[in-house]
Design a protein around this ligand. Structure first.
Ligand SMILES: C[S@@+](CC[C@H](N)C(=O)[O-])C[C@H]1O[C@@H](n2cnc3c(N)ncnc32)[C@H](O)[C@@H]1O
Length: 390
């Protein structure tokens, strides 16, 4: 699930800490279900006997077909081969099949990780979510970690100066103005901090916030390893890297933002959300919108890399599905509850009245590249990237 990482961006290519074991964290394990009651009667005995005969016959037929198929493509041959030489065509077929099997195993591991993550949050009250994320980091179960920064954000910063405030003001020749204060950025729910490091390489003074102390520790380890390898170098000539600061705290708690950000205002010139909104259960979305809107500086921008786009909103998370309509309904009426239809889609009511605290969408873009998790098998990008302003 690692994102492809462009070397020209000097981005990190560290390995994912994801684990594929199926156990819940020790302190979040569910009580074992009681064994199913055995009900046995004469008629079920007869049925089971018939069923066993049919199943055995089906198994034999299946094995016969598999042996025939394997023989025909050179995977299986009853007598031992007379020489170790494998004809090239057979070798190619065998390699293709081995690759297909490896892909199937990896896909099944990813599906198991998704199921384990959803199970960890099933029916969990919101107040228990923070400790649950922390427990998952403690257990080194982090299947959401992409092992690298969001290339869709890198492209936006590099190519769409019209949409995002520059980290440093520039003079008439386009050079960063020396000694001008750097603009600030915030990544809530930063995890191992890949996007924090990316924003710093574009010159922003960045704060990475996470409720898990282990995530923040891992983020700082990630930063030190990246520094040692010379990754996340300044993204443009003449640009200084911005400062990086980590915070452990609850996004919804107002205390962590006091006195930081742009001129100590508790607000930021650029706030980036990737896999944070989708990590919150639906009932927390209005509070997410209200807090987000309060964290964006009056001249600032919120950038959302919208994932998972296309997942029905009615399906369980995390990650819970998102879509552009949901972002718009949330951010134009921060703090207000949304109404959903049976599919989980937002019911759009009349246009909201203009509000001082609302954010408005400046642009919505289908990025040309994004994480593998936001890309369909045929290479189609599923994510959107949206930019919001006051
Ligand atoms: C799905 S993970 C995404 C992490 C990161 N954005 C990434 O791309 O790797 C969601 C993150 O949000 C953090 N988180 C969840 N609820 C939070 C809260 N209320 N305050 C701060 N962080 C929170 C979790 O600890 C976790 O690191």
């Amino acid at each position: 699930m690692n994102a492809p990482v462009s070397s020209s961006l000097n981005t990190t290519a560290g390995s994912s800490a994801a684990s594929s074991t199926q156990q819940l964290p020790a302190d979040v394990a569910q009580p074992a279900a009681p064994p199913p009651t055995q009900i046995k009667t004469a008629s079920t005995d007869a049925f089971l006997k018939d069923f066993t005969i049919v199943a055995e016959a089906a198994k034999r037929a299946q094995v016969a077909v598999m042996v025939r198929d394997f023989e025909s493509c050179g995977i299986y041959a009853p007598p031992p081969p007379p020489s170790p030489h494998i004809p090239p065509r057979r070798r190619t077929t065998a390699i293709a099949i081995a690759i297909a099997i490896a892909i199937a195993i990896a896909m099944s591991a990813a599906a198991q990780d998704r199921a384990r993550l959803q199970q960890a949050f099933a029916a969990l009250p919101l107040a228990a979510h923070g400790p649950r994320w922390a427990a998952l980091y403690r257990d080194a179960f982090t299947p959401w970690d992409r092992a690298g920064p969001s290339l869709a954000l890198a492209d936006l910063l590099a190519q769409r100066a019209d949409l995002v405030p520059p980290a440093q003001d520039r003079d008439a020749r386009g050079s960063p103005v020396r000694d001008a204060p750097r603009r600030t950025a915030l990544v809530p729910g930063c995890g191992r901090g890949h996007d924090v490091l990316l924003l710093s390489s574009f010159g922003y003074d960045v704060w990475g916030l996470d409720c898990s102390a282990d995530a923040v520790r891992m983020a700082d380890e990630n930063r030190r390893a990246a520094d040692a390898e010379g990754l996340y170098a300044p993204a443009a000539a003449g640009l200084d890297k911005g400062d990086v600061r980590w915070l452990t705290g609850d996004f919804f708690d107002e205390s962590w933002s006091a006195g930081i950000g742009t001129a100590g205002s508790g607000r930021f010139d650029l706030v980036f959300d990737y896999t944070f909104l989708c990590a919150l259960p639906p009932e927390a979305r209005p509070r997410w919108a209200k807090r987000m809107a309060s964290l964006v500086h009056p001249k600032g921008r919120l950038v959302g890399l919208e994932f998972p786009s296309g997942k029905p909103l009615s399906e369980p998370g995390p990650p819970w599905g998102v879509n552009p309509e949901m972002y718009e309904a949330l951010l134009t009426t921060p703090g207000d509850d949304l109404a959903y239809d049976a599919d989980g889609d937002v019911i759009c009511t009349a246009s909201p009245q203009p509000r001082d605290d609302a954010l408005h969408r400046l642009s919505i873009i289908k990025p040309t590249r994004t994480h593998q998790a936001g890309t369909a098998e045929d290479g189609t990008v599923l994510d959107f990237i949206s930019v919001w302003t006051r």
